[in-house]
Design a protein around this ligand. Structure first.
Ligand code: ADP
Ligand code: UDP
Length: 237
C-alpha cells in the first residue's frame, strides 16, 4: 500500500491518504501533550509502543465482534486503517472515579463506579472538549439518535471485553476515551486505544501505568506503557 500525502497532523498522530480511497495510514508520532497543549514533549519510542499496543487491542476487540477501523500494521509506528467519517464526540467510560469526574463533582479518586459511567465530550481543542449529551449531539447534527445508540452499545461492549482483559493481567482499567466514525453507513471504532487515552492502575498497589505519569511528571512513562503491554501478552518492536 503506497502512502501518499499527509491530510491531517494532530497532536500525536498524522493521517495519510493512500492509493486506496477507502484506506488511510495512521502514523503514531513521539509527540506528547497534556493540559490543552501547555505541556509538550517528545517521548522516545512512544509512537511505536502506542501503535503496536493499539493493534493488539483492536484485534482483541474485532475478535469479540466489535467493528474497528484497524486493518493491519504497516511499520512499527504506522497502521493501515479504514477511512472513517469521524463523529466529533468522544465517549468516556469510567469504572473507577478519577480525573475530571472527581474535579467536577468533588468526589474522591478511586471509588468503584457500578454500573460504569458513560459521558460524551465534544472534540474541540479551542473549547477544551466540553461535556455534551445525546440530545445536544442530535440537535446540533453531530450524530443521529441511532448512531449515538450504536456508540453507547459498542462502548459498553468494549468495556466488558477490556475490563476483564486488564483485570486478568493484574490491572484496573479505570477510565478511557473512545472515538467512532462512519464507514458504509455503519458505526466503527476509530482512533486508538492505548495507555495514552486511558487510566490504568496496578491492581494491588494502584500505581499509575498510563498518561497520568506524563501529566504528573512521574517519569518512566513509556516503560510503564510497555509494562502494561507485556502483562497483556504484547511484544514490542
Ligand atoms: P487530535 O486530532 O486530537 O490532535 P491525534 O493527534 O490523535 O488527535 O490525531 C489523529 C486524528 O485522526 C484524530 O483527529 C482522529 O479523530 C482522526 N482519526 C482517527 N482514526 C481515523 C480514521 N479511521 N479515519 C479518519 N480519521 C481518523
Ligand atoms: N481522555 C483522552 N482524551 C481526551 C479526554 C480524555 O484520552 O481528550 C481520556 C483520559 O486520558 C482519561 C479519560 O479519557 O483516561 C477520562 O478523562 P477525564 O475526563 O477524566 O479528563 P482528564 O482528567 O484527563 O482531563
Amino acid at each position: 500500500m503506497e502512502k501518499r500525502e499527509e491530510l491531517y497532523a494532530g497532536k500525536a498522530k498524522s493521517v495519510y491518504r493512500t492509493d486506496d480511497p477507502n484506506l488511510f495510514v495512521l502514523e503514531f508520532r513521539d509527540d506528547t501533550s497534556a493540559f490543552d497543549g501547555q505541556k509538550v514533549e517528545q517521548l522516545n519510542r512512544k509512537g511505536r509502543v502506542n501503535n503496536q499496543f493499539n493493534a493488539f487491542i483492536m484485534e482483541k476487540l474485532a475478535a469479540a465482534g466489535i467493528p474497528t477501523h484497524f486493518e493491519g500494521l504497516l511499520s512499527p509506528h504506522e497502521s493501515l486503517v479504514k477511512k472513517l467519517d469521524m463523529i466529533p464526540v468522544e465517549c468516556v467510560v469510567r469504572n473507577i472515579s478519577a480525573g475530571s469526574l472527581c474535579r467536577r463533582l468533588g468526589v474522591e479518586e478511586g471509588l468503584e463506579l457500578t454500573p460504569p459511567t458513560y459521558e460524551l465530550f465534544l472534540k474541540n481543542d479551542a473549547l477544551h472538549d466540553p461535556m455534551v449529551n445525546e440530545a445536544i449531539s442530535i440537535s446540533l447534527g453531530w450524530a443521529t439518535a441511532d448512531e449515538l445508540e450504536q456508540m453507547k452499545v459498542l462502548t459498553y461492549k468494549v468495556n466488558d471485553v477490556l475490563k476483564t482483559l486488564f483485570d486478568q493481567a493484574g490491572m484496573l482499567l479505570v477510565d478511557y476515551k473512545l472515538e467512532f466514525g462512519r464507514a458504509d453507513g455503519t458505526i466503527v471504532l476509530g482512533d486508538e486505544f492505548s495507555p495514552d487515552g486511558c487510566r490504568i492502575w496496578d491492581k494491588d498497589t494502584r500505581t499509575k501505568m498510563d498518561k497520568d505519569r506524563f501529566r504528573q511528571g512521574l517519569g518512566d512513562v513509556i516503560e510503564a506503557y510497555e509494562e502494561v503491554g507485556h502483562r497483556l501478552g504484547m511484544q514490542f518492536n
